[in-house]
Design a protein around this ligand. Structure first.
Ligand code: GUN
Ligand code: FE
Length: 528
């Protein structure tokens, strides 16, 4: 008898276990059980493995199809998806006032929030983002809608309610006490879902909009619940100069965050283009990561983030779209921008030299699509403290994966493949030229959440509206509870691949997380 929730694919899997090298697991049979990779066998072992696991079939990938680990976007502003692709005419501080705060404020309309957040999560899944680190908005309720949307569609997420108690517009600001109270409510609401894919994040927007009292209070909440933390650090001249004026007693953004207790091994700081080497070393000592957001840095920033240099100083680095500062929700685009960014650094150095000789020193910052893919997978997993769970194809990790089809030629796909091109060339074409059309299936925790044009978990009734959840916000459990049962996608009631696509109505009507099956309790997982 096959164990429940077991399936296997035979084919080629591309991943980047080490920075700078692309590994191909060619013609292997990869077996997924209960959402996890339990075996990677040689193709010629197919019959034996099939018998061992009692599988009715081993699905074979067609020529030109490959698996790649799901992309991890370490910096997205969920409500800004509304105006992505517009508002590119002003620098950061003006951009926040002119476009961002009004857009984020409009999510108080919860019907609108529900509609927009489903579109957002679908767009990101369609582009291969299986995990995202999201900023929500200031107000509590729309953030609950965001969490519900991620849960419903099956994405993996680290999600934060934005906190701001100074220097924002009058209708988009909170007082310190309310901000701290709502941040904690958000954390307990999210943890109360007991959904292993979704973790709460403490989110002081950035230093200019957060008083020291707020930042210190938020650091305490993060410590109490073992939460992730996210913010922006040394992003651009406007921001850095503002912080220097507001806090002349601190030498840098990093020094402010350090004093507030916000630099932890679960912190992800976005941008960091103006970090000094000392700042970088300090972040590295704390285990804090930087989300490199090249496209956003081109639009809102003034400087380059040097990935190779930061890594050489021991910093953890992931990749982010920074929607909407970055104008594309695609992590393929982010990877390409990371490569272009690195080549701009070389060009800049050459220009400064005034000569026509490219020296090895100038080459140091250049990365290829292989390093970019590492940043989008392994680097992101490390930044989010998930490196033991996702990022590569290894036994014991969860199966977050994209089925890439490079056979869509002509007008049905973004690129053509020519006779004689091998798998490696086809895969490189996908990374450099591909788009969502090439992603024919998207898996999170071993469950297919998107196939073709269909979002297979959509239509589920996992939660009711966020307004009706206000009681749960108050009563959600704290980590003081001795054991917390986290429900994986693979452990949702009847969540075999096919079943998950058809029947997720088992979730409770009253907004509670999906009930545990009588016969098969969900796995226990202590995240904190
Ligand atoms: N700094 C503070 N808020 C933001 C934001 O929304 N986007 C970016 N890129 N930087 C910020
Ligand atoms: Fe940002």
């Amino acid at each position: 008898m096959a164990a429940e929730n077991t399936f296997a694919f035979r084919g080629t899997y591309y991943h980047t276990p080490t920075y700078g090298s692309l590994d191909a697991l060619r013609d292997v049979v990869l077996i997924v059980q209960e959402g996890k990779i339990v075996r990677i066998a040689n193709g010629h072992e197919e019959t034996a493995v099939q018998a061992e696991f009692g599988l009715a079939e081993v699905r074979r990938l067609k020529a030109g199809q490959y698996f790649v680990p799901g992309f991890i976007d370490t910096h997205v502003h969920a409500p800004q998806y509304l105006f992505t692709g517009t508002g590119t005419d002003v620098p950061l501080m003006e951009w926040l006032r002119k476009y961002t705060f009004p857009a984020e404020c409009s999510f108080q309309d919860l019907e609108a929030a529900r509609h927009r957040y489903l579109l957002l999560v679908k767009r990101f899944l369609a582009n291969g983002t299986t995990t995202a680190m999201y900023y929500g908005s200031l107000h509590l309720q729309p953030n609950l809608v965001l969490v519900d949307s991620i849960e419903r569609l099956g994405q993996r997420g680290v999600v934060g309610k934005v906190n701001m108690d100074r220097l924002s517009s009058d209708d988009y600001i909170e007082n310190t006490a309310d901000g701290l109270r709502d941040a904690e409510k958000f954390v307990t609401y999210t943890m109360g879902k007991k959904c292993s894919r979704i973790q709460p994040c403490i989110t002081p927007r950035f230093i200019p909009t957060c008083t020291p009292e707020l930042m210190k209070g938020l650091a305490e909440i993060a410590q109490k619940y073992g939460c992730h933390i996210q913010s922006h650090i040394s992003e651009c001249c406007g921001e850095v100069n503002c912080v220097r004026e507001m806090h002349p007693e601190y030498a840098s953004d990093a020094a402010v965050f350090e004093e507030m207790g916000l630099l932890t091994s679960r912190t992800v700081m976005a941008h960091g283009t103006l970090l000094t080497d000392d700042d970088i070393r300090h972040l590295a000592r704390r285990g804090t990561a930087v989300s490199h957001c090249p496209l956003s840095n081109f639009f809102l920033g003034d400087a380059f983030f040097k990935v190779n240099h930061a890594l050489s100083l021991g910093l953890k680095v992931g990749l982010g779209t920074d929607v909407a500062g970055g104008i594309s929700p695609s992590m393929l685009s982010a990877q390409r921008m990371a490569v272009v960014n690195s080549r701009c650094i070389r060009a800049h150095k050459l220009a400064v030299s005034g000569g026509t000789t490219v020296t090895p020193e100038m080459e140091k910052d250049v990365i290829t699509f292989k390093e970019a893919l590492w940043l989008a997978t392994v680097g992101g997993a490390q930044a989010l403290d998930m490196a033991d769970i996702v990022g590569t194809f290894e036994v014991g990790k969860e199966f977050d994966a994209l089925l890439v089809d490079t056979n869509l030629s002509g007008t049905s796909g973004p690129f053509d493949v020519f006779e004689g091109e091998d798998d490696d060339q086809r895969f490189e074409k996908f990374i450099n030229l591909g788009d969502d059309r090439n992603l024919i299936e998207v898996y999170v925790q071993g469950v297919c959440v998107k196939r073709g044009d269909e979002f297979l978990l959509d239509g589920s009734n996992v939660t009711k509206s966020a307004e009706e959840d206000s009681d749960r916000v108050m009563s959600a459990p704290t980590p003081a509870e001795p054991e917390t049962a986290y429900v994986d996608l693979a452990h949702r009631a009847d969540s075999s691949d096919e079943a998950a696509s058809l029947d997720v109505g088992a979730a409770a009507e009253d907004g509670a997380p999906a009930p545990e099956s009588e016969s098969e309790p969900p796995t226990k997982r202590l995240r904190y």
